[in-house]
Design a binder for this molecule. Structure first.
Ligand code: FAD
Length: 256
């Protein structure tokens, strides 16, 4: 079973974030594997283990100046990585990203494509279903449990009320929720092995997408407005009447 995992490298959230003059997120600093994608990598490794053969490939679009995040996925156990990196893709919107990833993934002809429900930086949550449409594959989103039986994938799809049991023929695109599995920590042996695992760097031209991208990457961030600072709430001193004060407050805002 060959599984492709969409894996995004994002600016390290622990470091201060900044914007470029174009109002796009500055991605020139340290990049890490989006934590949301470690669940996809782990799920893929477990499914390939269960199948007894096959491999995991991580596919990404973004800057290839720093591939430490992808090496992390290789250290977890993925066999190889593919990254599409091209200045022409700076600030690309989700649809353009989906077109680029579809072209890169299409070449690999996987049995299954995994992604997270949403990324930690752009979090439009739209890319995986756009990818499925472009690859003409069925998609199942919000998987909290995934099992593969021959050429059929069965998923417990998380809902507000609990979950639905949904199945589809493979190949398919499935998004996994955080917590679907416990991502393994890379072993020292895995980290050393990852240093020599292949990371293929592709350009837009390599994928024959020059015209698509030349037609525009879909978005321009015209203005960025800082979020309003949260007002500090009203403080109540409990002189033995704290409960009454809270009830009076809740009544005043008509929630009780
Ligand atoms: C702050 C911010 C706001 C943005 N707002 C918008 C917007 O409103 N509309 C819009 O079209 N674009 C927007 N973008 C751009 C968008 O984030 C990128 O195009 C991105 O690559 C795809 O969208 P996403 O991260 O929202 O994907 P999501 O749909 O949230 O991502 C879901 C999953 O898809 C996979 N994935 C996503 N991007 C990649 C990638 N580059 N490489 C590999 N796998 C990937 C990952 O598994 C990810 O967890 C924004 C970006 C930022 C940083």
């Amino acid at each position: 079973m060959n599984v492709v995992v969409c894996a995004k490298q994002i600016p390290d959230p622990a470091a201060p974030q900044s914007l470029e003059a174009s109002n796009n997120l500055n991605r020139s600093g340290k990049l890490i594997l989006d934590e949301a994608d470690t669940y996809g990598v782990e799920m893929a490794l477990q499914l390939v283990d269960a199948a007894g053969s096959g491999e995991v490939t991580v596919v990404s679009m973004g800057s290839a100046a720093d591939v430490a995040g992808l090496r992390n996925a290789l250290a977890m156990g993925a066999a190889k990585a593919v990254i599409v990196s091209d200045d022409a893709l700076r600030g690309a919107d989700a649809l353009t990203t989906a077109k680029v990833l579809a072209a890169a993934i299409g070449r690999l002809e996987p049995d299954l494509v995994l992604a997270a429900t949403e990324s930690s930086d752009g979090y439009t949550g739209t890319l995986p279903v756009q990818l499925a449409e472009l690859l003409d594959l069925p998609s199942i989103t919000f998987a909290k449990k995934v099992t593969v039986n021959g050429a059929t994938i069965s998923v417990e799809r998380q809902t507000e009320a609990g979950y639905d049991e949904v199945s589809a023929p493979l190949p398919a695109v499935v998004t996994v929720t955080a917590g679907v599995v416990e991502p393994r920590y890379a072993s020292f042996k895995g980290i050393m092995a990852a240093k020599s695992k292949p990371v293929e760097i592709l350009s837009v031209a390599d994928l024959g997408l020059s015209d698509v991208v030349a037609a525009g990457t879909g978005q321009e961030v015209t203005r960025v407005v800082a979020a309003e600072a949260r007002q500090s709430g009203e403080k109540y001193v409990d002189d033995g009447d704290g409960a009454q004060k809270i009830v009076a407050f809740l009544e005043s805002i008509k929630v009780i």
